[in-house]
Design a protein around this ligand. Sequence first.
Ligand code: FE2
Ligand code: FE2
Length: 131
Amino acid sequence: MTPLKWDEKYILNVKEIDDEHKNLFSLFNRLQDGMNTGKSRAELEHALSDLIDNTVLHFATEEKLMQQFSYIGFVEHKRVHDALIAEAKELQENFSQDRIELSEQVSVFLSGWLTDHILDMDKKYGPLFKK
Ligand SMILES: [Fe+2]
Ligand SMILES: [Fe+2]
């Protein structure tokens, strides 16, 4: 799997959010690079938890702004965040318990939700936060 490339299409023009999204891309790429170069399990676990912890923080930033701006899609958006975190935590738990390997499938899942979530859902609140 190739690294995620930051692209204009992900920009929401909300600086705080764009910076956090970029950071998540680079944390994903660090994990991906670790997988590609056969880093130790401990290093991969560390990279995975950095990605997940920062995602949790990022979702909290978005949810705070959504509430602040009385965003109409808040409940649905938060539901999606919670579901993504639950899925990512389950994956993390399975990996740390040695029940799964970090495979191509895992990369596709992680990179897919990062990019799709920005393009599908985050893009919708962009114009509101910009005001
Ligand atoms: Fe986001
Ligand atoms: Fe989001």
